[in-house]
Write a protein that binds this ligand. Sequence first.
Ligand SMILES: Cc1cc2nc3c(=O)[nH]c(=O)nc-3n(C[C@H](O)[C@H](O)[C@H](O)COP(=O)(O)OP(=O)(O)OC[C@H]3O[C@@H](n4cnc5c(N)ncnc54)[C@H](O)[C@@H]3O)c2cc1C
Length: 440
Amino acid sequence: MSYQYRKEIPETVRTDVLVVGGGPAGICAAVAASRQGVSVMLVERYGAVGGNLTLGSVSPILGKVAPGTMYDEVITLLAEKHAGEEKIETRNGKEIHIDAEEAKGILIRFLRENHVNVMLQCSVADVIKEGNAVTGLVVTSPTGLQVIKAARVIDATGDGLVAFLAGCEYHIGREADGLTQPVTLEFTIDHVDESKAIMCFGGSDPVLLPDGKKYADFCKECEQAGILPKNVSIVRLHKTFYKGERNVNATQMNNISGLETADLYTAEVELRRQIEVIVDFLRKYIPGYEDCMLKTSASTLGVRETRRIVGECMVTDNDVEQGNHYEDAVVQDAWFLIDIHNPAGGGQAEGHSKMAIPYDIRYGALVPLKVDNLLTAGRCISGTHRAHASYRVMAICMATGEAAGIAAALSVKMNVSPRQLKPEIVRSALKAKGVDFIHS
Ligand SMILES: Cc1cc2nc3c(=O)[nH]c(=O)nc-3n(C[C@H](O)[C@H](O)[C@H](O)COP(=O)(O)OP(=O)(O)OC[C@H]3O[C@@H](n4cnc5c(N)ncnc54)[C@H](O)[C@@H]3O)c2cc1C
C-alpha cells in the first residue's frame, strides 16, 4: 500500500549553505562555510550537536590528518579545561579523550561564535529538486513541516540520507555480500580502582591481567564460554579525563541495518542487555573493576556503516594501503588503521586491523555523481568498504567536513556548481588558513 500526500508547506528559511547533521563532519562543514562569509544553517535531528562524539558516547577521537585543519582547532577546544592531561599513543595512534557532556556545550558555542544558525530537533524528511539540483529540504520540526531553501546543501548525516533522497547512487557494506560492520552501544563506568585496573584499546593490545594472562585471550575464552555475549570477544576499556572512569566499547550486534527502524529497536534492546552482562563480567573477573558501576550510556545506537554515496571519484583500498597522494586532494595525510569490526562474527574481519599509510582524499570523493548543488562530508563520502573502515574516524570526518564547507561556500560566491569548482580553489583556501599540503 502507498499513499499520495499533498500539503502546502511554509518556506521558513533561505540560506546560502545548508548543512544537514551536526556531527563532527557537519560542525566543521558549517563553521568552515561560515568563515568564507556566506550564510549557513545547520539542521540537526537531536537536541544537542556532536553526533557520535556526544550522543553516541564515542571516545577517544582517533585518526590523523595533515596539520592545520579544523580538527586541530576542535581538539584544542575540547581539551581546554584539561591542560596537562597525559596523552595516550597506541597502535591506534593518538587517542584524544573527550568529555561528551562538556563537548555538547563547547560545540554549540563553536557554531554560534562562528555565526552558524542552528535548528535543533529538526529532522530532514525530503529534498526539493529542481532539475538535477537539490534546492531545498523539507524538515520536520516541533511546529510541523517546514521548507528550507538553500543554494548548496552538505549531507553530513552519516547515513547519506539527503543524497539518497535526491536519487544519488550509493553502496552499502562489503562489495562481496553487502554485510556491514556491527552496531555498538558505548557506555561509561565509574568506581574503577586505578591502583589495579587495566586499560585496553583493542583486540591487539598486549595488556596482561595480574596473573600474567593476556586480557584479550581471557575475553575470547569468556565469549566462548557464554560469560560474555556472542561475538563480544574484546571489552575495550578506554581512559577518560577522570580517575576511576572508563569508556567501554564492547557491545556488538551483527546483521543490523542502521537504516531499518525495526533493526534499530532490536539492537537497542539487545545491547542494553549486553551492557548489564559486561558490567557483571568486569565486576566478577577483572581486578580493579570489582566495584565498577554503569555511569552513562550513549543516547543513540552507534552505527558504523550505512550508505557510501558514489562521487566523482572514491577513496580506494589502494589509496589507503599504498598511501596515494593526488594533486586534487582536499584532505592530506589522512591516517587510521583499516579497522573492520567483523560483519560476520566477533573480532576483526581480517584477523586484525591492517595498517594504512597516510593517504589523500580527493575533492571528487565529496561530490556526488549526477545530482547538483550537493556535497557529502564525514562517513558517507565516496569510498570502498575497506577504505571507509579507515576514513570513518572522527579526525578524518572533521577534515572532510571542513573541505566540503569551504567548497560549498566558494561555489556560491563564484556562482559555479560544486562539480565545476576547481579543487585547487578549495586547496588554496585551506592552505591560506595554514593547512600543510606537503605532498602536492
Ligand atoms: C560504536 C562506534 C565506535 C566508534 N569508535 C570511534 C573511536 O573510538 N574514535 C573515532 O574517532 N571514531 C569512532 N567511530 C567512528 C565515528 O564516530 C563516526 O564515523 C563519525 O562520528 C562520523 O561522523 P559524521 O559527522 O559523519 O556522522 P555522525 O557523528 O553520525 O553525525 C551525523 C549527525 O547527523 C544527524 N542526522 C542524521 N540524520 C539526520 C536527519 N535526517 N536530519 C537531521 N540530522 C540528521 C545525526 O543526528 C548526527 O548528529 C565509532 C563509531 C561507532 C558507531
